[in-house]
Design a protein around this ligand. Sequence first.
Ligand SMILES: Cc1ncc(COP(=O)(O)O)c(C=O)c1O
Length: 278
Amino acid sequence: MKPKQNLETICIQGGWQPKKGEPRVLPIYQSTTFKYDTSEQMGKLFDLEENGYFYTRLQNPTNDAVAAKIAALEGGVGAMLTSSGQAATFYSIFNICSAGDHFVSTSAIYGGTFNLFAVTLKKLGIEVTFIDQDAPEREILSAFKPNTKALFSEMIANPGLAVLDIEKMAKIAHKQGIPLIVDNTFATPINCRPFEWGADIVIHSTTKYMDGHASTVGGVIVDSGNFDWDGNKNKFPGLTTPDDSYHGLIYTQSFGKMAYITKATVQLMRDLGSIQSA
Ligand SMILES: Cc1ncc(COP(=O)(O)O)c(C=O)c1O
């Protein structure tokens, strides 16, 4: 979906619309904790029955505004900031893959991503098969297995500069009932918006062009809200069956189009904690 505002306008105004009397420029909420009135209120925040701030590992107003700006630039329904691009890549896969699962990745990707996939995720019991993104569809399809949960790729590969045919990859992924995850670091949403070509999840190392000043390591995951997790229920039990750590809450039922990004935030970020500092 094309944004209502120009991308240049979203770069400046997106994510932060101050109300009367609030600061014009986005404040940095350098705070670990936030005030609450009663224990009951805190309990509701903990159980996701109420929306609000209480602890920055879960949500921080500055981070939320930045995430909303990037989500608007990409045309997604929501986003989550991470402490680095590596963390964003890891969470994007780990949010839907666990021990015994498999995913497919193009081989023209950043070397750090390659190591994460081929060596570290393997230690967690998650297997990857690398494919040549320019191979014929028939050859690419041979990499998929019944336990394949995602197709990962890089929009413009670092450092090889291979350019991804997103439409082709999205069609292949969707035929398998799995999402296409695209690392859009190099292009940024200013030059390419993968959701408009069928990608389901976008990740960035914001350390690069998005930071712009070579000062801050960071990452982000953006959810298009388009993937039908319930339509592929058996593949994604983490999203479609009860989460014991939230008294049996089911992400797709409670959060609809925001299921994937909400699970990443309230479950993975809660437990693994690679947050971006405000
Ligand atoms: C395309 C791409 N993705 C991910 C990363 C990892 O990001 P970070 O260094 O922020 O962890 C990099 C880093 O160079 C990259 O170039």
